[in-house]
Design a protein around this ligand. Structure first.
Ligand code: SUG
Length: 425
């Protein structure tokens, strides 16, 4: 069996809108009330997937959830006609597109039973995200139904907030070998919530059967959360033996680096100093919310340390501070050699960069339900469904439009039908 990294992107749903629901997410707050473009948003996401396939990366996708979430409103004793604007906005969010928050994934080489373990995130801190997990769980159970290779758990129960892979990193000497799994939690975010509770991280690690000797729990710095890094993946990203992070990402930087180096002596830490790129600039440009990938063209396993690329938002390229620093970095002798900007502006306006839009699963593609795996022909099919069915724009002040709800439902159903996943509608 050959394990490969598969990126499962969330297809942006037809209800994508800007109502500023995420306290501590500066882009979401800044764009509250603006008119969104669901069709353009989904097309941007599809083109990102296509570009990654063309780079030789293996691509999967998860589907948009039912919005407005009638079942959730019903559980609260109301419905779309009576919920009122605030609750309705929470029921209309397309936030399941950010699949880095769908689950935490421990690949097979790291777990006691040799299977890949997945735990959907409960996302309890934010009301609009707290009702994502049932549909996420249903998709995970279908995509990873092969019990010989996967274990799909229930989410960690409240009150311990779990935000999934956005607060998780894995470092490894080579694919197929056991990794070091790093869980990043928050204690305090100053004025903003710390969304990842350490008890949730520990519960996930226990349930996944991880080796405590190869597991690290590290606190995110209050300063980073207070500056707008509501998830660790806004200030750090890891791939194979490389950690790329901001100097102020962690509460105890020196202690964390020492523990990491002790557990993994050949780790390469590429740190961006605050004197070159401030936390504010990092959060504005999302340079860390990048897919740090090993490109197949560069990579036999013996060589992989010299061929990594950062797939990062065009906002990073547009920054006069960040881009020159990155260009200098790739020109040097470090492991990251290429910068690939992608346009995901519609998602970015809600605080979701390229890395937020994907969940990494290390697995043999042959063990996964093929309906969740993408190729260019399938992306063409999805593009056609989106281009005809997705609303071109949604005004955040008119989320109560019953015709819009019908249109969103029909568009979503058309996608599930096109991908032969009607049992999930
Ligand atoms: O949870 N935005 C998402 C962005 C998630 C980004 N994910 C990662 N960093 N992995 C969030 O804050 C905004 C939704 C709104 O305002 O309607 C939102 O939910």
């Amino acid at each position: 069996m050959s394990l490969v990294e598969i990126n499962f992107d969330g297809i942006v749903g037809p209800s994508h809108n800007y109502t500023g629901l995420s306290l501590g997410n500066l882009a979401s707050a800044k764009n509250a009330g603006k008119i969104s473009q669901p069709r353009a948003a989904a097309l941007q996401g599809i083109e990102k997937m296509r570009a990654n396939i063309r780079l030789g990366l293996v691509q999967g996708a998860f589907l948009p959830q039912r919005r407005p979430d009638e079942a959730w409103l019903k559980s609260l004793g109301t419905d779309t006609a009576h919920a009122g604007p605030a609750l309705l906005a929470n029921a209309m969010s397309a936030s399941s597109m950010w699949t880095a928050n769908a689950a935490t994934v421990s690949p097979a080489p790291d777990t006691a039973d040799g299977r890949c373990h997945l735990t959907p995130a409960n996302l309890v801190t934010m009301p609009h995200r707290s009702h994502e997990w049932p549909e996420t769980l249903a998709q995970l159970r279908l995509a990873f139904a092969d019990a010989a290779h996967f274990a799909v758990h229930d989410p960690v129960p409240p009150p311990f907030g779990d935000e999934g892979a956005a607060n998780f990193m894995r470092l490894t000497a080579a694919h197929g070998e056991p990794g070091i799994e790093i869980f990043v939690y928050g204690e305090s975010g100053g004025p903003f919530p710390a969304r990842q509770h350490v008890e949730a991280s520990k519960a996930v690690a226990r349930k996944h059967g991880l080796d405590p000797e190869r597991t690290i729990f590290v606190e995110q710095s209050t300063r980073a959360i207070a500056a707008g890094a509501f998830h660790n993946d806004v200030v750090a990203v890891a791939n194979e033996n490389v950690l790329f992070c901001h100097e102020q990402a962690f509460a105890d930087r020196d202690g964390f680096f020492a523990e990491l180096q002790a557990k993994m002596p050949d780790v390469v830490i590429v740190e961006v100093p605050a004197s070159k790129v401030s936390l504010d600039e990092a959060i504005k440009t999302y340079l860390f919310n990048a897919q740090l990938v090993t490109l197949p063209e560069d990579g036999s396993s013996a060589e992989f340390r010299t061929g990594m690329a950062l797939i990062l938002p065009t906002e990073s390229r547009d920054s006069e501070t960040v881009w020159p620093w990155l260009e200098k970095m790739v020109a040097g002798n470090g492991p990251i050699r290429k910068l690939i900007p992608v346009d995901v502006r519609q998602s970015m306006a809600n605080g979701g960069g390229p890395a937020c839009l994907r969940l990494r699963v290390l697995a043999d593609p042959a063990t996964i339900d093929t309906r969740f795996l993408m190729d260019e022909a399938k992306l063409d099919t999805i593009r056609d469904v989106v281009a005809t069915g997705w609303p071109e724009s949604i005004d955040a002040d008119h989320l109560d439009d019953a015709d819009l709800h019908l249109r969103i439902a029909a568009a979503r159903s058309a996608l599930y039908e096109a991908l032969d996943l009607t049992e999930l509608i």
